[in-house]
Ligand binder design. Sequence first.
Ligand SMILES: NC(=O)c1ccc[n+]([C@@H]2O[C@H](COP(=O)([O-])OP(=O)(O)OC[C@H]3O[C@@H](n4cnc5c(N)ncnc54)[C@H](O)[C@@H]3O)[C@@H](O)[C@H]2O)c1
Length: 211
Amino acid sequence: MEKKKNISMAVIKRLPKYYRYLSDLLKNDVDRISSKELGEKIGFTASQIRQDLNCFGDFGQQGYGYNVRELHAQISNILGIHKKYKSIIVGAGNIGQALANYSNFRDLGVEAVGIFDANPKLIGMKIRDIEIRDIDEFPEYVKNNCVDIGIICVPSRNAQTVCDELTACGIKAIWNFAPIDLTTPDDVVVENVHLSESLLTLVYLANQKHQ
Ligand SMILES: NC(=O)c1ccc[n+]([C@@H]2O[C@H](COP(=O)([O-])OP(=O)(O)OC[C@H]3O[C@@H](n4cnc5c(N)ncnc54)[C@H](O)[C@@H]3O)[C@@H](O)[C@H]2O)c1
């Protein structure tokens, strides 16, 4: 597929949602769906859906709608789920262990292959089949194992240092759970999961609705 440039971040952020809904449709043996029906399920307008998908190619057919299997495959391709990615988790505390225990990321092509921590009490412990290793071992590990993604699950005060170490080893994608903004080289992408910001949004909305 031709690589599209200048796709807005808003469209890119909606793609995982399309992927999730289309996966559900596939599981339920739905063969085709119109943009109107898909919009009603997802909560977007039909024209929003057509506009979004048109950024990547001509998927729908007038009067037929979308072929669910084809669209699912195309969106998987656009997202890059057809490839496999190796990730390492740095910080084997609450979040790090929870992520390592969650097997479904593997279905998205992302496999946690290593977990690292600075606490000697944790080193050697196993989470699923992955042994927690000493943080000092990770540069060598990354070099030998072609790691694509670094997952940061350390306290905020150490997150930038860990990020610098990960990028120095050549890792170009960071999934950051620490509630700070990281500084990275231009060729590195960062996706933040700031749970407290999401919670504060909920608190705000709950207050708006019930005050
Ligand atoms: N647990 C949650 O629900 C939650 C929610 C929101 C955000 N977060 C954020 O996620 C991050 C991790 O949270 P947690 O609850 O898992 O913390 P935690 O204290 O349970 O675990 C952090 C782990 O990181 C390790 N660590 C610290 N510095 C390190 C370093 N330089 N190299 C390698 N390992 C190091 C510690 O030994 C510890 O095992 C924090 O930044 C936290 O603010 C956590």
